[in-house]
Design a protein around this ligand. Sequence first.
Ligand code: FES
Length: 146
Amino acid sequence: MLYSEKVMDHFMNPRNVGEIEDPDGVGTVGNIKCGDIMKVYLKITDNGVVEDAKFKTFGCGAAVATSSMATEMIKGKTVGDALQITNKAVMEALDGLPPIKVHCSCLAEEALHAALWDYAQKNHIVIEGLREPVNDVSEHEELYAH
Ligand code: FES
């Protein structure tokens, strides 16, 4: 079996699909190489805790599964701790992805980071360790844990 049971579950029954009205942070990224696009919405409390996260994707099954898991993992975290939700952490939580699909988990991570960046910009705060998002994730690929 190419995909773990957890990946299949999050692909078949994705959590947190949709939009958040009036989000505190929103981020959209794409990957020019595969043509996939991901948009993440965040609701963040006044004391900087992620209350809700949703995503919409024009992406492959692995992008759906990793975004489903990543949005589950980020809920309840402070915006600082949210940075610990790396593509590697998400892949581990899903019991792995085939090597050829690792880049799909980067799309989820970058979209989350882009939404956090948007939140930080709007609130004039700096989230330590967060770097400015790029529109095309494939530019960042070498930075990711594989
Ligand atoms: Fe593009 Fe998976 S093939 S995100």
